[in-house]
Every structure is written in C-alpha cells, then in structure tokens.
Design a binder for this molecule. Structure first.
Ligand code: 13P
Length: 337
C-alpha cells in the first residue's frame, strides 16, 4: 500500500464524528493523575491503564480517529503480549507520538516556559515513522500573568513549534501544532478578553514561523486552547460566548489551508469541554472542521472507576466510551444535555 499523504492522514484524523484521544501524559504527569487516586506510577499500572483505554473497542472504532502515545507506550504491549500498535490498528486508529521533552523555565523571572526536545529530533522522528506513527504532537506552554507572556517567549515557542513541524513533515509525519495558552495555571485570574488577545497574538506568531520554515499547512493540524477566562477569574461566560469568541479568534488567525483544528480540554470539566465544542460546531461558515484532542476531559471518570484494578475494566471502559460518544456528537454539533 502506498504511504498516505500528509494531507490524507490529517483528513483521516478529522473524520466527521471522530477525534483524538490524548493519552501521552509524561511520567511526571501520569504520576500526578495516579497520585490523586492513591496509586503509584509503576510500569505495570501505566500499561494496564492504557490497555483499558485502547481496548475500549466501541469507543476506539466509532469515536476515536487517533491516539497520542508516549515513547513508552508506542513500543509497549498489553498484558497478553499484543502490541498496543496492533490493538490500535485493529480499530483503524492512527497512532501518534508526543515528541517534545517538556516545558522548562525560561531564563529570567517572568514565570514563563519554553518547550525543549529539538536536539536529535530528526533521528527520533525517523524511528517513530518506522514504528508506524502517523502524527506527532509538540506542546508549547504560554503563561498569562502580570508581565507575561513576553514577546520573547511567544517568539521562542513559535519558532520551536515551526522547527518541530517541518522536521515531522520531512519524516512523513503529520505535526499537530499545540500552542497552549494556559488557563488553569497560576495566578489564573485573567479575563476572557485577555485570553482572546493573547491567543490571537500567539497564533499570529505561530503561523508566521510555520510559513517561514516552509511548513505545508495542508499537512498539519492545529491543537489550540479555547478562549476562556483563567480558572481563578470570577467571570462566568456562557457556553455560546466561549464558542463565539473562540471561533472569532481562529477565523482571524488560522489559514483555511489547515485541514482541521482539534482542541485540548485544558482543565475544563468534562461537560464544559463537550458543550463548548458542540456550540462551536453549530456556528456556520468555518473553513476548517473542529474536533477534540482531549486528555483529561475524556479520561477523568474512567481513571477513577478503573482505580488500578483490571477487574474494573468494564465500568471504566463504559465511562470512557460514554465521554467519547458525547464528544463525537459535539464534533458534529449535535450534542445536547
Ligand atoms: P487536556 O485535554 O487534558 O488539556 O490534554 C490535552 C493535551 O494533550 C495537552 O497537551
């Protein structure tokens, strides 16, 4: 079979009514999630947890187009020895890989972060392509506080995203470009208006750098935040306001050549993340399809029900399948509570 073009893979990830499961929590992050349910982060528990998700057959076959994996998971097998990649292939799900090495403090004292992982990335991508990865993810973290984001930080992160994206395309892998303007960080008291302004500026810089680097916009996906007030703000915008403002910013900044936009959930409740996506999809005249690329908003309930025990797989899988189904409806603009 000839290799699919970058655009064809991007389109497949954007199959109507499907979205991406972000299961690429780094070791520190998964340890944090497990600690909340009093579990240690062992290799075996991480494997069991991800096996529970990937063996949710109905969700995987019907609602999920791609899964973002960690390096560990890309080469890992289920308890019975079946490689995870084979389980995903059976469900016709595209395997993806998180390739950044995390966000580290920027020099200076602005509280900002810069994402690292470019050194040796070309070689790593060649290996991931051999292992069958169809797409990749790199997350830039943009902080809002009294003095941030600075232009320096926005430019540095945008430049790194562009260098990552062109290396992915060279390796035949679709880059998912994720500039996250963080809403659930500290102090988290910014207004929705400030989030809109910062997100617009960030996206403008990201697309400038992507073009400079020669990235083919038809062979990538964008993974942005929604336009929301900070988690500690007292503003309570309606679902429709969030949807309207988010689509407005994206319309101004995201070229129509981009084949799709897949949002992160960023600490929203499960239901908010679903409601916002559905409301955005009810707005007419957008040049790109919108779907989900959620981590927490797909996994929160399933993680708690699993609780570290294989005998809880069925309940946990039912919960995950329910959230995936609701987000599938939202991706079609058909969800209602
Ligand atoms: P959340 O949906 O939990 O924000 O995670 C998505 C993700 O991949 C962040 O990089």
């Amino acid at each position: 079979m000839p290799a699919m073009s970058l655009n064809a893979v991007a389109q497949k990830l954007m199959t109507p009514g499907q979205g991406i499961l972000a299961a690429d929590e780094s070791e520190p992050t998964i340890a944090k999630r497990f600690a909340k349910i009093n579990l240690p982060s062992t290799l075996e528990l991480r494997r069991d947890y991800r096996e529970m998700l990937f063996r949710s057959n109905q969700a995987m076959q019907s609602y999920i187009s791609g899964v973002i994996l960690t390096e560990e998971t890309l080469e890992q097998s289920a308890a019975d020895g079946t490689p995870f990649r084979a389980i995903l292939a059976d469900a016709d799900v595209v395997p993806g890989i998180k390739v950044d090495r995390g966000a580290f403090p920027m020099p200076g004292d602005t509280g900002e972060k810069i994402t690292e992982g470019l050194d040796g990335l070309r070689q790593r991508l060649a290996r991931y392509a051999e292992l069958g990865a169809g797409f990749a993810k790199w997350r830039a973290v943009i902080t809002i506080n009294d003095i941030a984001p600075t232009r320096n930080n926005i430019r540095a992160n945008a430049h790194a995203l562009a260098r990552y994206a062109i290396l992915c395309q060279e390796a035949g892998i679709v880059p998912v470009v994720e500039p996250e303007v963080v809403g659930d960080g500290e102090p988290g008291n910014h207004s929705i208006e400030r989030c809109a302004q910062v997100t617009a500026e960030v996206l403008e810089n990201v697309f400038k750098e992507l073009r400079l680097a020669g990235v083919d916009l038809s062979g990538m996906l964008l993974k942005p935040n929604m336009i929301l007030p900070g988690i500690n703000s007292r503003e309570r915008p309606s679902i429709d306001e969030v949807a309207r403002r988010t689509v407005e910013v994206l319309r101004e900044q995201v070229p129509a050549a981009v084949p799709g936009i897949a949002f992160l959930s960023g600490g929203q409740t499960d239901e908010e993340a679903t409601a916002h996506l559905s409301a955005m999809n009810q707005i007419d005249g957008k040049p790109w399809p919108l779907t989900f690329s959620y981590g927490r908003a797909l996994q929160n309930v399933a993680l708690r029900l699993w609780a570290g025990r294989r005998e809880n797989f069925p309940q946990a899988q039912a919960a995950f399948t329910h959230r995936a189904h609701m987000n599938s409806l939202a991706a079609l603009g058909q969800w209602s509570n």
